[in-house]
Structure formats: C-alpha cells, structure tokens
Design a protein. Structure first.
Length: 296
C-alpha cells in the first residue's frame, strides 16, 4: 500500500505538469559537465529507453534531464505541459504525457466522469500534438461494484467520442494496465484481456495499452507470451522488480533481458520506461543499472 499511496500522491502532483520536488538534488551529485551531458552512455539502439518522472522526484527537472542524457535516455514519462520546455531544451521528449486524467480511480469506466474527461482530454490532445509528442495516458478507473461488460461499454462510449480528435492530431490515448492485488485494489483494467477487448471494440490505432510488466506479473504472469500474443495493442511499457516494485536486478523474479528481447522481436518502436521505487540511496545509479539491464 505504501507504493500505491506514493504513486497516487506523485501522479496527483503531476496532473498539471507540476511536481513537489525536494531541494536535495544537485548537479554536483552527477559531477556532470555540459560536455558530458551532451555525450550520453552509448546504448545499443534496439530499445528506446525512458524513466518515469516520479521515480526521481528528488531531482529538479533540470537535474533529471542532465541525468537522463547521461544515461542515453530518449525522454521522460509522466511529464505535463509545464515541464515540456525543459525537456525540449535538453533534446528529450515527453514519452508519456499526462495531465488530462482525473485520477487512477476515476476513469472512463464510469459515466459520471465522462464530461470532465471529455473536457480535459479535448484541451490536452492539441497541446500534446503541438509539442510534437504522441502518447497521452488514461485510466479505466475503479470497478466500484461494476461488472466487466458494463465497464467496457462505458469506457468505449467515453473514449470513442475523443478518437476523432486524437486521430486528427495523431495522438494515442494509452490506457495503463495496473494490478489490483497489491497496489491498486479495485482497478478495472487489471488484466491484459480486458484492455485488449476495449482496444478491439474501439478499433483505432489511436487507442492502445500501456503494458506495465510489474503490474501484469503480479496479476496474471505469463508476461512474454502475453506480449507476443497482444503486442499490436501495446504502445508503451513500464518496468519494476517483482515482488516489491524495486530494482530489476537479480534480487527479483523477472528475467528482464528475456522480456526485452521478446519486445524487440515484435518490432516494437515505442518506449520502455523504468518505473520502480529504488531501495538504494543513489536512485540515479539504480535507474542507470536498470536501463543497461534492459538494453538488449
């Protein structure tokens, strides 16, 4: 529950593209010169790497961008409009934009939220396109006693109204798969099959899924086969170690190099973003190690 509360708090603070950043981070912790920042770690180029903003919230956006460039990242996930100019200054992209959602628990599966979501996403989609970005996150919301079919019908109805605008601006609405066993009790889009069914009903390249490897290992397992069978509906990936949602090293159960090879073999050209709660004091080092583990 601690990681659930931490992420909810972080995302709430990021909704308008702002984050409550501590003042503890400093450029000195990287000993980075401008020249070093412009010469990133050389990755293989088969996977487009990113990191979620909230995982390094101890750093300012400037500091995070410097660290990201050093690691060879292409961009940063869950960044809203306020911080896009900083990303652009450093040659990075918002690999998964946010700021239109209400919350993880209040989403498209519930009709009473549709009016607010229509307004929020109608305002945000053109901004995402104008900035040159493509992915905009969305959530199913919690069940609150709702059966799967009702949730699917409601979500389809709410999202279908936004698809013409998304198609016009070449923006993809990306619904995240989250586990309901440990971190997000009652979340409806907690299985790949539910998300894929919604994508099939909508029948648009402008609605896809964010396959969070950690969350789906917790709820359903069979990660590699699921990716192979459903990759055409997946626009984005998140990582974390199981159990605990910590580092993806050999202290946890998932074989991330094998998972990344499976993703690469599908022809995936999107982004893989690290999204875990680092246990070590040097959070940047933990993210850097994870990126290198995933660089197949």
């Amino acid at each position: 529950m601690a990681s659930q509360n931490k992420r909810r708090t972080a995302i709430k603070g990021l909704l308008a593209g702002t984050a409550a950043l501590s003042a503890t981070g400093s450029l000195a912790c990287f000993a980075a010169t401008e020249k070093e920042a412009e010469t990133p770690y050389q990755l293989k180029g088969n996977i487009n790497h990113s990191v979620c903003r909230w995982c390094l919230s101890n750093l300012s956006m400037e500091e995070l961008c410097v660290a990201a460039k050093q690691m060879g990242l292409k961009g940063i996930d869950l960044v809203g409009p306020k911080d896009w100019p900083t990303l652009q200054k450093h040659g990075l992209v918002s690999t998964m934009c946010n700021g239109a959602e209400i919350s993880l628990t209040e989403g498209f599966n519930t009709k009473q939220y549709h009016a607010t979501l229509q307004k929020n996403y109608s305002d945000m989609i053109p901004l995402v396109a104008k900035a040159g970005y493509r992915n905009l996150i969305c959530f199913s919301g919690n069940r609150k006693g709702m059966d799967d079919e009702t949730g699917l019908k409601n979500a389809e109805e709410g999202l279908r109204k936004l698809l013409p605008l998304a198609e016009k601006h070449n923006v993809v609405l990306v619904m995240e798969l989250l586990n309901s066993k440990v971190n997000h009790p009652d979340y409806q889009c907690d299985r790949t099959a539910w998300g894929v069914e919604l994508a099939k009903r909508l029948g648009s390249e402008h609605f896809k899924l964010l396959y969070d490897i950690y969350h789906m290992q917790v709820d359903e397992g069979n990660v590699i086969q699921t990716i192979r069978d459903n990759h055409q509906y997946i626009a984005h990936y998140h990582t974390a170690g199981v159990p605990g949602r910590h580092e993806i090293d050999d202290t946890q159960e998932l074989n991330y190099p094998a998972i990344m090879r499976a993703i690469k073999d599908t022809g995936f050209k999107g982004y893989v973003a690290q999204e875990f709660i680092a246990k070590g004091k040097d959070k940047v080092a933990s993210i850097r190690q994870a990126v290198q583990i995933c660089d197949v």
